[in-house]
Ligand binder design. Structure first.
Ligand code: ACM
Ligand code: ZN
Length: 545
């Protein structure tokens, strides 16, 4: 059985295989010459000299890569017979995803040194449901570094996820070099300790912590992502979750008071220290704040070609704004009725600055409360509680990204949000009003890293949830079926094992036992190899306990 995640739009398995080896000839349309790495990087055993772009030997080719402008953006068609593997695409992304689908089907044959692969004969017509298929990574609370980010990008591409929302700043650390404001990293990237053991804990590691990316490293990562059809969207969280910046430049606050990069994640620690106003917003009244933000944005947008820029905008306390003479003056001058509208004004100033660069702003759904938010701004719906503003804004025609907590907060434990909850999520069931689906840009899964200190834990929270997310965001909603998805998981687990991914075992990923209750169904859908593998693994797990 051909096993591809996310499930293609249309797939028909046929009998036979097309054998490819180092002598296979590939002919590709001249118009796809610049895109060919999307295929050749994956099947690197086929030498460069075997490729031709002049159409001369096309009938004798083992692989034909055809340009077809009617194929959807990021989509691809595969027609594989014993004579020829034919791939039709309209661009780089489609060719990459055709390669990723084939890679999954022959994954284990690609591991040896003398590579000969047997591509199953099949017809596939595939295209994404949503253009935005994102993963968010919080590098402020914990810093994973260049190699781990590239590893994550590789895994995302394998499952056709195409946006990395990079949370680079928060109260607990500023992680990107800004040349105009060196203290952002000199002071803002370091904290004196780190809170451990969860929200109710006051335990600490007792060690200082730090790290940041230079602009050169960022450029390298952005370029790496581009080759995997992944756009990286930077997030500079503001006006709140901004303590690392305010620790470096105290004047960014309404009150110019000393503050530190937080070494705790909220919870009990600040209260135990009698520290009530630890969650503060930058001053939205002083022009110097805007000048600072625009300068930071100007440096960052030079590094990221993304069409979007994220400024968070969540959980912004406004008590200081109510008392601040600068904020009050700004409200009066601009006829702003309340502090919510002041946040709307703050966001609109940034949206306007970005618009001059051809970019759009993204904010979390709390920022939709301000009725004066410009319609160009994209909302991102995360809150666990129902937010009535989301439906209202959808009806007004606002574009939205959906990251609903209960389905897509991957930092949460599986016992609260099991894998099946992510898989079964359907935005049109409850969130998106009728007729507004075109305003859903896509879906995103989140890895907030307060309690994710290393890549092993990151893997565990993200996998296999990322596979469910990829199917939610890519596959046709009428084709989604949890039993069928679970039946395809064992093969994908073998791939993840081979890639050294510490995914959550079925017992952890779906602790209520859905996987086990479906065991009978799985039995006939699993290959002998998968079944043997699962059995050995279960034995191993039993021994560990
Ligand atoms: C959020 O989780 N505060 C966006
Ligand atoms: Zn102020």
């Amino acid at each position: 059985m051909i096993n591809i995640v996310p499930k293609p739009y249309y797939i028909m398995e046929k009998s036979g295989v097309k054998v490819l080896d180092k002598n296979s000839a590939v002919s590709a349309d001249e118009r796809l010459k610049d895109c060919i790495s999307a295929f050749s990087d994956t099947f690197d055993f086929i030498g460069e000299k075997n490729y031709s772009f002049d159409g001369k030997n096309i009938d004798k080719s083992d692989v034909k890569i055809v340009y077809d402008k009617s194929v959807a953006d990021e989509g691809y068609n595969i027609d594989c017979t014993e004579d020829c593997l034919k791939i039709s695409v309209s661009g780089f992304a489609g060719l990459l995803y055709a390669a990723m689908s084939i890679k999954q089907t022959v994954f284990f044959q690609l591991q040896g040194s003398d590579k000969v692969i047997k591509v199953p004969c099949m017809d596939i017509q595939d295209k994404p449901r949503y253009a935005y298929r994102g993963v968010q990574l919080d590098e402020s609370r914990h810093f994973f570094g260049e190699d781990n980010v590239k590893r994550l990008l590789n895994l995302m591409a394998l499952y056709k996820l195409n946006r990395l929302h990079w949370h680079l700043t928060d109260d607990q650390g500023w992680r990107i070099e800004i040349k105009k404001y060196p203290l952002l990293t000199e002071i803002g990237s370091k904290r004196k300790d780190t809170n451990i053991h969860g929200w109710h804990s006051t335990d600490m590691t007792g060690e200082p912590y730090g790290g940041y990316y230079t602009q050169e490293q960022i450029k390298d990562i952005v370029e790496y992502a581009k080759k995997l059809n992944i756009t990286i969207i930077p997030e500079i969280d503001m006006p709140a979750h901004f303590a690392a910046a305010m620790a470096a430049y105290n004047w960014l606050g309404c009150r110019e008071i000393p503050c530190e990069v937080h070494w705790f994640f909220g919870g009990r620690v600040p209260l135990s220290m009698g520290w009530r106003d630890w969650n503060r917003s930058a001053c939205a009244g002083k022009e110097s704040t805007y000048e600072f933000i625009f300068n930071v944005i100007d440096e960052i947008t030079e590094l990221f070609p993304a069409e979007f820029f994220h400024i968070g905008g969540d959980e912004a306390p406004k008590d200081e704004w109510k008392k601040c003479p600068n904020c009050q003056k700004k409200m009066k001058e601009n006829g702003l009725k309340n502090v919510e509208e002041l946040q709307g004004y703050f966001n609109n100033r940034i949206a306007e600055h970005l618009e001059k660069k051809g970019k759009r702003l993204i904010v979390w759904n709390e920022a939709l409360k301000a009725g004066n938010l410009d319609m160009s701004v994209v909302g991102q719906y995360w809150t666990p509680k129902n937010d009535p503003n989301v439906k209202k804004e959808f009806k007004k025609g606002r574009d939205m990204i959906i990251s609903k907590h209960q389905a897509f907060y991957f930092d949460m434990c599986y016992c609260q949000y099991p894998l099946s909850q992510t898989y079964k999520f359907e935005p049109t069931d409850s969130i998106v009003p009728n007729g507004c689906e075109d305003n859903v840009l896509g879906l995103e899964g989140h890895c907030w890293s307060e309690w994710i200190a290393d890549v092993d834990k990151l893997d565990m929270q993200l996998f296999p949830r990322a596979l469910a997310l990829s199917e939610d965001a890519w596959s046709c909603k009428y084709d989604k079926n949890i039993t069928d998805f679970y039946a395809r998981l064992p093969y994908q687990e073998r791939i993840l094992d081979c890639l050294g991914v510490n995914y959550a075992e079925p017992e952890i990923a779906d602790p209520k036992g859905t996987l086990h209750r479906k065991h009978e169904v799985q039995k006939w859908m699993m290959s002998d190899q998968d079944r043997e593998y699962r059995r050995n693994k279960e034995l191993k797990l039993k021994k560990c306990k």
